[in-house]
Design a protein around this ligand. Structure first.
Ligand code: AMP
Ligand code: GLY
Length: 414
């Protein structure tokens, strides 16, 4: 099979690496890919990002399957486009991708089908949103409706912070349209869990649970990032949490997907908050998480390609989706300054001799040397028989790679 993987992050490096494991797969084109995918077995980068050009490439090169990484492509309808040309592509339709693309749509869907989630109100009018703040309890959560590159959520501790956020989103239009509508929701206190899952429209099969570490500094301090490290399984996802997740979230979600005819064959990622009063759904993502993918796929026992093919054929079942009985830990190395303005152009050393797998997120390969070009630059993933062992190996691994200004959190999985 010749496969096209769309995207350029650490997630896509992990996807391409995992797909390449199967003998069924002969070639993987990564569009546009990064310095990591350019060096990965069977992979070749192609410098395309535009839907029409990707379509032309897939048709001209007889691509057997396209796997889409980022939500932006899914929300702009690449799946519908490829399918209309009889190309095989793995991902939800544009309509289904609205579960991530619009928080209002997602919350209405959750409410309609009884998916357990925080209480909320939706606003189109900034005056009404500001009025609502008068009687609200704090902290409260304010979310831009549309895609805002992970920056569209503000936890307002006070009314004043809420006013600032609403003005920013709705009046100043910081997100170029994505914050014109907002939702304001109840603040939930608890621990978060990511459950990436796969659906063929008939069933949803959860992958192993994982835990992201979102803030830049240790102990949940500092601004949020795209994710500074992950572990899988998530230590808080015990049997009773998983049972509640299935009953209160997964089952009603599947019912909704079917009743709304969403044409959903792809990844569905549940962002959960585990609270004293139950397990709540914070959000749907219609793609894999980053850096969750960098721990989930290394733990996958099955060939990823087999699972994807089963989903496309509508034949998913539990016995196809197998995970190793191990623990994984991924530590992200980021550029100096991230998540603010960060430095680029630094030479990365030590990858070849690193004892653990290194997934590249933000670096280009220039004359066979890896040069940083992003905020989150790389992730070192290690597996162990338990979390302690996985952590120890991941931290030993990250000490073996280096670039000027490299920063990483010391408490991933602690
Ligand atoms: P979301 O994009 O909806 O996942 O929100 C991004 C992050 O904001 C989440 O990962 C949580 O850390 C936080 N968050 C979102 N909604 C809530 C909520 N209702 N209560 C507490 N924290 C939240
Ligand atoms: N790591 C969180 C996400 O991918 O949305």
């Amino acid at each position: 099979m010749k496969i096209l993987v769309i995207g350029n992050g650490g997630r896509e490096h992990a996807i391409a690496w995992k797909l390449g494991e199967s003998d069924k797969v002969s070639k993987i084109y990564c569009a546009p890919g990064n310095g990591g995918t350019s060096m990965e077995h069977k992979c070749e980068n192609i410098n395309l990002t535009d839907n029409d050009k990707l379509l032309k490439f897939a048709l001209e090169n007889s691509i057997d399957l396209t796997v889409v990484g980022p939500e932006v492509y899914l929300c702009n309808g690449i799946v519908d486009l490829f399918k209309s040309h009889n190309l095989k592509i793995f991902g939800p339709s544009k309509k289904a991708a609205t579960l991530e693309g619009s928080k209002t749509f997602a919350k209405e869907f959750m409410k309609k089908y009884g998916v357990k989630t925080a209480a909320y109100e939706a606003f189109k009018d900034s005056k009404k949103a500001l009025e609502y703040l008068e009687k609200a309890e704090y902290p409260i959560v304010i979310k831009a409706d549309g895609l805002a590159a992970g920056k569209g959520v503000v936890i307002a501790e006070t009314k004043e912070e809420g006013i600032l956020a609403i003005n920013d989103f709705m009046v100043n239009d910081t997100f170029g349209g994505a914050g014109k509508e907002i939702i304001i929701e109840e603040f939930l206190r608890g621990v978060e869990a990511s459950i990436l899952s796969i659906t063929d429209g008939n069933t949803i099969i959860p992958f192993i649970s994982s835990k992201d570490h979102k803030t830049i500094f240790e102990d949940n301090k500092g601004p949020n990032t795209g994710g500074m490290g992950t572990v899988a399984p998530n230590p808080y996802c015990n049997e009773s949490v998983l049972k509640a997740f299935k009953e209160d979230i997964l089952k009603p979600t599947l019912k909704g997907i079917q009743e709304e005819n969403l044409d959903y064959i792809g990844i569905i990622f549940f962002g959960l908050m585990i609270c004293e009063k139950g397990v709540y759904l914070l959000e749907y993502n219609v793609r894999m998480g980053d850096p969750e993918t960098q721990v989930v796929l290394p733990l996958m026992e099955s060939y990823f390609i087999d699972i994807i093919e089963a989903a496309i054929e509508g034949k998913l079942s539990d016995d196809i989706v197998k995970f190793k009985n191990k623990t994984a830990c991924c530590v992200i190395g980021s550029s100096k300054g991230y998540p603010g303005r960060y430095e680029k152009g630094e030479l990365i050393t030590g990858i070849d001799s690193c004892s653990e797998k290194v997934f590249i997120a933000g670096a280009d390969s220039i004359y066979n040397k890896l040069i940083t070009n992003g905020g989150r630059v790389l992730g070192v993933t290690a597996l162990g028989d338990n979390l302690e062992e996985a952590r120890e190996k991941a931290y030993k691994g990250i000490l073996q790679v280096n670039f000027n200004g490299m920063y990483y959190r010391k408490d991933i999985g602690k």
